[in-house]
Design a protein around this ligand. Structure first.
Ligand code: HEM
Length: 493
C-alpha cells in the first residue's frame, strides 16, 4: 500500500477519533477503572514512546507503525494519548467483544455525532439508543436479501440505459462513470421513481452539500457556524422538504412503490407507531450516504484491479461466458448468485482497499479478554476501542501473501477468511453493526461490472491508482482512465 497515502488518510481518520476521544474524556472527567480487577491492563504505548515513533510514522506510514506496535506488543495494546486510552484489538481472536459486545457495554459512543446535522435530529445519533436500535431494524429489514430481488430489473435498466450512451469506442474516467451510474441506481432503487424521474440531478447537488459535512472541522465541530456547515444545513432542509412531500403524497394516495423508501414509510416501531416524514427522510438520506461512496469506491477499485491483472480478467470473462451459455442474456437475482468469481474479485478489492479503514467503539464496562498470545487482560470502561480493518484484512498468518491481489484466496479449498475465524474479514464490519447493505452493494456492483465485461473490451490507460490523500474513505486517487471498445462476448458452443 502507498505509504504517503497511509500517512495522510490514516492520520486523518485516527486524528478524528483520537481528538474526539480526548474531547469526550475532558467533558466526562477521568476514565473510571475497575478497582477490583485482578487482571493486568494491556501493554501501554505512552506519549513519550509515541513521540519516539514519529520518525517511523513519517517514514513508513501509520499502518506500518501500528503493524510494528502489533509485532512488539501483540494483538492488544493501549495507546495513551494525553490521558485518552485507545486500545487496539488486532485480529479475529481478539475481536469478539468489539463486534458482539452488547450495546450497554460496548457501543459506537458519540463518534458518529457529526451525522446528526447530516441526517437530522429524528434518527440515528440524534435519538436515544432504544429508538436507534429500532431504526437499525428498519434498515436491516429494508435491505434483507429477500427484499432485494425486486431491485434487479431496475438496476439492470439503469445500467443498460447509462452505458448505451457510450460510443463504439472511447476513453472514459471509470471512477466518474461508476459513480454516476451508482447514483442513478440509488435514485431508482432507494429513493424511488418520483425523485429519479423528476429531480435526480437536483437531489444529488443538494446531497453533495450534505456529504461535504464529512470533513475534519465539521466532524469535530458539527455545529459551529462555518460556510460548509451552513450549506450542509440549508441543503438538508431542502432535501427534507422534497422527501417529505413524496412520503406525504404516497401516504395520502395510498400509493405503493417497490423501493426502499417505501419500506421505510411502511416500517413500524414495536409500539405500533408509524415512522414520521422526518424519520423517513433522515433514514433514507443516511442510506444513500453510507451506500453511495462505499459502492462507488469498491467498484472503481475492482475495475482497476481486474484491468491490471490479466489472469483475473480472463477468469471473470470466462465466468460470464459460461453464465451466458447457461442462462442466456437474462440476468436475475439467481444468475447474480452464480457470479462467484466476480464476487471474489470484488471482495478481494475490498480486502485490500476497505472503505472504512478503522472501526471504533467505546467501552462502558470493564471486560476481560484473552489475547492470541495467551495473556489475559482487563479492558477498562472508558477506553476507546479500535479495530483496524486495514490491518485485520492483511494478517499474514490468515492471508497468504496479503499484499497480492488474489481473489482465489476466498475460493474452495482455501477460504482464508473463514479458516482465520469469524472476524478475519471485516470490510463490512461484523456482529451488532454488520453492514446491512452488503448484499445490495454486491448486487449493484455485479450488475454494472458484468454488463461492462459482456459489452466492452476495456483497457486501463492510466497507471494503477494510488489512494486519495486526506479522505475519510480509502478511495482511488484522481482519474481511472479506461479505453473501451464495444463487443459482444461469444458464448462457447
Ligand atoms: C462496498 C460497499 C459497502 C461497504 C464496504 C460497507 C461497509 C460498512 C461498514 C464497515 C459498516 C459498519 C460501521 C461500524 O461498524 O461502525 C457499515 C454500516 C452500515 N452500512 Fe454499509 N457498506 C457498504 C455498502 C452499503 C450500502 C449499499 C448500504 C445501503 C444501501 C449500506 C448501509 C449501511 C448501514 C445502514 C450501516 C449501519 C449499520 C449499523 O450501524 O448497525 N452499506 N457499512
Amino acid at each position: 500500500m502507498d505509504m504517503d497515502m497511509e500517512i495522510s488518510n490514516l492520520w486523518l481518520v485516527i486524528a478524528i477519533f483520537f481528538i474526539t476521544a480526548v474531547l469526550t474524556n475532558i467533558a466526562r472527567g477521568r476514565i473510571t477503572f475497575d478497582p477490583e480487577s485482578t487482571k493486568p491492563l494491556p501493554p501501554v504505548v505512552n506519549c513519550i514512546t509515541l513521540i519516539g515513533l514519529l520518525p517511523t510514522i513519517l517514514k513508513k506510514g501509520i499502518q506500518a507503525t501500528i503493524h510494528n506496535l502489533y509485532t512488539k506488543y501483540g494483538s492488544v495494546f493501549t495507546i495513551n494519548f494525553f490521558g485518552s486510552k485507545i486500545t487496539f484489538l488486532i485480529g479475529p481472536e481478539v475481536s469478539t467483544h468489539f463486534f458482539q459486545g452488547p450495546e450497554s457495554k460496548i457501543s459506537q459512543g458519540n463518534f458518529y455525532e457529526f451525522t446528526v446535522p447530516m441526517f437530522g435530529q429524528e434518527v440515528g445519533f440524534g435519538v436515544d439508543t432504544a429508538t436507534r436500535s429500532e431504526q437499525r431494524r428498519f434498515h436491516i429489514d429494508a435491505l434483507k436479501p429477500s427484499k432485494l430481488r425486486i431491485h434487479v430489473k431496475h438496476m439492470l435498466q439503469e445500467v443498460e440505459e447509462y452505458f448505451a450512451k457510450w460510443g463504439q469506442y472511447g476513453v472514459v474516467d471509470l471512477k466518474y462513470e461508476l459513480d454516476k451510474v451508482l447514483m442513478l441506481i440509488s435514485g431508482r432503487c432507494l429513493l424511488g421513481k418520483e425523485i429519479r424521474e423528476k429531480m435526480i440531478d437536483e437531489f444529488y447537488t443538494l446531497f453533495h452539500e450534505v456529504e461535504n459535512g464529512l470533513n475534519l472541522v465539521s466532524i469535530l465541530f458539527p455545529y459551529i457556524s462555518i460556510p460548509t456547515n451552513r450549506r450542509r444545513d440549508n441543503a438538508r432542509i431542502k432535501l427534507k422538504e422534497v422527501l417529505s412531500e413524496t412520503v406525504r403524497s404516497r401516504r395520502s394516495f395510498g400509493q405503493f412503490e417497490e423501493d426502499t423508501l417505501q419500506k421505510l414509510i411502511d416500517s413500524k416501531y414495536k409500539d405500533g407507531r408509524s415512522t414520521t416524514e422526518a424519520e423517513v427522510t433522515g433514514l433514507i438520506i443516511a442510506l444513500v450516504f453510507v451506500g453511495k461512496h462505499t459502492s462507488s469506491h469498491t467498484s472503481a477499485w475492482t475495475g482497476a484491479c481486474l484491468l491490471d491483472n490479466a489472469k483475473c480478467l480472463e477468469a471473470v470473462i470466462e465466468e460470464q461466458k459460461k453464465i451466458l451459455a447457461k442462462f442466456g442474456d437474462e440476468i436475475d437475482y439467481n444468475v447474480l448468485l452464480e457470479m462467484s468469481i466476480l464476487h471474489g474479485c470484488i471482495k478481494e478489492a475490498l480486502r485490500l482497499h476497505p472503505t472504512t479503514p478503522i472501526l471504533v467503539r467505546k467501552t462502558h464496562e470493564n471486560f476481560t479478554m484473552w489475547t492470541k498470545e495467551g495473556s489475559e487482560y482487563t479492558i477498562p470502561a472508558g477506553h476507546t476501542l479500535v479495530s483496524p480493518t486495514v490491518l485485520n484484512n492483511n494478517i499474514p498468518y490468515i492471508y497468504k501473501d496479503p499484499e497480492v491481489y488474489d481473489p482465489e484466496r476466498f475460493g474452495p479449498g482455501r477460504e482464508e477468511d473463514k479458516v482465520g475465524g469469524k472476524f478475519s474479514y471485516t470490510s463490512f464490519s461484523g456482529g451488532m453493526h454488520a453492514c446491512p447493505g452488503e448484499a445490495y452493494s454486491y448486487m449493484q456492483i455485479k450488475i454494472i461490472l458484468s454488463h461492462l465485461l459482456r459489452n466492452f473490451e476495456l483497457t486501463l490507460e492510466s497507471p494503477f491508482p494510488k489512494i486519495e490523500r486526506g479522505k475519510f474513505s480509502l478511495e482511488p486517487q484522481g482519474e481511472v482512465m479506461v479505453s473501451y471498445k464495444r463487443r459482444k462476448l461469444l458464448v462457447p458452443s
